[in-house]
Design a protein around this ligand. Sequence first.
Ligand code: GDP
Ligand code: MG
Length: 162
Amino acid sequence: ADPVLAVIGRPNVGKSTLVNRILGRREAVVEDVPGVTRDRVSYRAEWNTKEFTLVDTGGWDSDSKGMASRIAIQSEVAVDMADAVVLVVDATTGPTSTDEMVVKMLRKKKKPVILAANKVDDERGELMAAELWGLGLGQPWTVSALHGRGVADLLDEVLNIL
Ligand code: GDP
Ligand code: MG
């Protein structure tokens, strides 16, 4: 079977936008209102002739109480099914307590993780992304899922570990 890559992260960081960018078509549901993607949606993807299954996650009510731990728990399902994980964070807001909780969950797993610092639409964002080294997941790969910036480099790195 194809290797599985799960895209996780808190609502509205751009997971579905990144998934669409990787797929090269508009398929995953992108919404300004967080919480639209339902649980887990799988797609067949290809990069540099390598085929893999791409799993978009989401569907959490971001306003509800205990949101952070619920996102971590539900992401865990996707992580357990995956061979590798892309954790998407919003570089323009910096790490939140929800991000920290997801990272804590990831630390308990033995899965390779790549940190995608999204919404770095131009060079100015690079500086803010440096803060994300603090998450302890190694290099933050700065990308703009919306414009495609950095996504090829991210995918090259993903395929190295997949
Ligand atoms: P998800 O909840 O993590 O799946 O996030 P979405 O993919 O639905 O995106 C949430 C919002 O962030 C949408 O309004 C996107 O257009 C926006 N967004 C996603 N990626 C980027 C990016 O690279 N740059 C900017 N400026 N906005 C982005
Ligand atoms: Mg989504």
